[in-house]
Design a protein around this ligand. Structure first.
Ligand code: SF4
Length: 323
């Protein structure tokens, strides 16, 4: 089979002919029409490369982070707030860009002052991410590399990222496998994510190392988005972090859930979280002594919705995270 010239190295391309990059383990040939669960091809399917300031303060420091948003995702959450870009529907065709184009856009942002380069939802695009990092390093730039993931990642893949990733920002979405199956088509999410988090914690430990500009240069931040009506799920997520990792881990508690049109009539996904629900989760966080991190202000949930049809998808969003 002739491998296309996508700017990825031959080694990476070979692995994509029998893809087991993520826990779906499809074995798909991503060069063929019969793709795997993520429906992603072998190339750089990138929705946006942009400056992003709407993260926890140390993620972008004083200059913001250059984030690379990949198209498609190895989870398909029915309530996804980034569904414009994350759908795996084969009715949506996301064109690839070349490595040269991607890297030149990244370098432009790095040279304008960004110190960090983040990859968002990269679990199905590990090889593409590595090709970008190699190319950026070859250009002589050494940004802080941030891996911003849904945590549906394989431990063996994460082990290969040791020494490459500076800051891990995983979600921990579900402790409840029924919820994970029903909402994200991944009943095994809790088991997979717990192992992935333990591996990230093994690599980074609890300390978040921050430089003189307030930029995180090494560490782990675990995000949790509270789902309306599913408070027990959230409480058990926090209990896992406190008991199996450390109470010193940085946790970012997010209240920004906003019902997307696809779930506006859903039994519990059709509303935002209530003040009482949020208090219950915050109280448990305090009871567990999880006091390193951030608690999002419970303001207009729609403030956090990006629009990937804009050249700057996040420019109308606010950053309301306090610690
Ligand atoms: S990355 Fe995509 S094709 Fe590969 S195993 Fe995961 S879902 Fe399947």
């Amino acid at each position: 089979m002739k491998l296309p010239d996508t700017g990825l190295t031959k080694k990476y391309l070979q692995e994509l002919t029998n893809c087991s990059v993520c826990p779906r383990n499809c074995g798909a040939d991503r060069f063929s029409d019969a793709k795997g669960y993520c429906n992603a091809g072998p190339g750089l399917e990138i929705a946006s490369i942009c400056l992003h300031r709407g993260e926890e303060p140390p993620v972008g420091g004083s200059s913001g982070i250059c984030n690379v948003f990949f198209n498609r995702c190895n989870l398909q959450c029915v309530y996804c707030q980034n569904c414009q870009i994350s759908t795996n529907s084969n009715k949506v065709n996301f064109p690839s860009i070349t490595l040269e184009v991607a890297v030149s856009q990244i370098i432009k942002l790095l040279d304008s002052g960004c110190k960090a380069l983040g990859f968002v939802s990269p679990s199905h695009m590990i090889h593409q991410m590595l090709a970008i990092i190699e190319a950026v390093h070859s250009s002589g730039r050494r940004p802080v590399i941030v891996y911003n993931t849904n945590a549906y990642d394989k431990v063996e893949v994460l082990r290969n990222l040791e020494g490459i990733i500076d800051v891990y920002i995983p979600d921990f979405k579900y402790s409840d496998s029924n919820l994970a199956g029903g909402l994200s088509d991944a009943r095994d999410y809790p088991e997979v994510a717990e192992k992935a988090l333990k591996e990230m914690f093994r690599q980074k430990g609890a300390p978040l190392i921050i430089d003189e500009d307030g930029q995180a240069i090494s560490g782990l931040i675990i995000r949790h988005l509270i789902i309306p009506g599913q408070i027990e799920n959230s409480l058990n997520v926090l209990r896992f972090i406190a008991s199996e990792l450390s109470t010193k881990v940085h946790v970012s508690l997010m209240s920004q859930y906003h019902p997307m049109p696809a779930v506006k009539n859903h039994a519990f996904l059709g509303r935002t979280i209530t003040v009482n629900e949020y208090s219950d989760v915050i109280n448990e966080m305090e009871r567990l002594d999880l006091n390193h991190g951030w608690i999002q202000d419970q303001e207009s949930a729609s403030d956090y919705l990006p629009d990937f049809n804009n050249e700057h998808p996040f420019e109308t969003m606010s950053n309301n995270v306090t610690n």
